[in-house]
Design a protein around this ligand. Structure first.
Ligand SMILES: [Zn+2]
Length: 303
């Protein structure tokens, strides 16, 4: 009987996946948005546990749909849960304004956005700004009583993305570090393509998950969704699929120089065509433009 229980929360067109680790000092991995913890409390109660007893809030990275519920969840524990995040993503927990800057720097060249509307969305989605109780950088072990959780730095999707591994069981939580062929938007988003690759290879060759837990229902090449719990074969397929898709996107980027057109994919219309990508590229979180921006700034000179 696994001690890991998926907690699923809807958010608009997204499906957010958090996970309850049923240990002596229980943990929840990722927190959804501001409204998510209320639903988690019901799901944890159905497991015969009380959300007030949670002692660790483990954040895989700083994006709003992972940290937005952290303040509310911490409150449900009477402030007794320690909130953990990588140093490089901690400002996303401390400040809603950090998300405005991230969007501006990450895709602002390519997709216009109303920053005041974005601020209003952030006020709704992030329940509170808070200082982490514990910042990590990879290599730490966290004490859940009868269970220990190892932290692995796996940057690329964001600079501070981490994996949490339950020691001795092969259960590994990776947030958005393994995106295969993307979620509903049909495109993977990452800020550093080389780091994304290196982290995927590290997961495949060093961590070798027995069970892998993704932050959203990411898809296989045929468009079907990976389940909430990926067994070792699914995990390998998801990791290798992420590597294959990254290689395919990189090749298309390198083969097609940016060119301003009146296409919504401009200046990467030829890249989108080469990849057969037909999703709405501007729909937030706009992974197409985030990723194109990443290639432009990290590997653009390889062209
Ligand atoms: Zn993310």
């Amino acid at each position: 009987m696994s001690i890991v229980h998926p907690l699923v929360a809807p958010w608009g067109r997204f499906s957010l996946r958090s996970f309850f680790i049923d240990a002596e000092r229980p943990a929840i991995v990722d927190t959804g948005v501001a409204e998510s913890p209320a639903g988690m409390a019901t799901q944890v109660a159905a497991l015969g546990r009380n959300i007030a007893d949670v002692r660790w809030i483990l954040l895989t990275h700083g994006h709003i749909d992972h940290i937005g519920g952290a303040a509310g969840l911490r409150e449900l524990t009477g402030g007794l849960a320690d909130v953990v995040i990588h140093t490089a993503d901690a400002d996303f927990l401390r400040s809603r304004e950090a998300h405005v800057a991230e969007r501006r720097d990450g895709r602002g060249h390519f997709v216009s956005g109303d920053e005041d509307a974005h601020r209003a969305e952030l006020r709704a989605a992030i329940g509170g700004e808070l200082d982490p109780d514990c910042t990590v950088s990879g290599g730490e072990a966290l004490d859940l009583g009868d269970v220990r959780v190892r932290v692995h730095a796996i940057p690329g999707h964001t600079p501070g993305e981490v994996a949490y591994e339950i020691e001795g069981t092969g259960d590994v939580f990776v947030g958005d570090a393994v995106q295969a062929y993307g979620a509903a938007s049909g495109f993977p988003g990452y800020e550093d393509p080389d780091a994304y690759r290196a982290s995927l290879e590290y997961l495949r060759d060093v961590v070798k998950p027995e069970r892998l837990y993704l932050g959203h229902p990411y898809r296989r090449q045929d468009g079907s969704e990976f389940p909430e719990v990926l067994d070792a074969a699914d995990a390998l397929e998801a990791i290798q699929g992420s590597l294959d898709n990254e290689a395919r996107i990189r090749a298309a980027f390198l083969a097609h120089p940016a060119e301003a057109t009146d296409s919504p994919y401009s200046p990467f219309q030829a890249v989108a065509e080469a990849l057969g990508y037909t999703g709405n590229p501007a729909q937030e979180p706009a992974p197409f433009f985030t990723t194109m921006n990443a290639y432009t700034s990290h590997v653009g000179s390889d062209r």
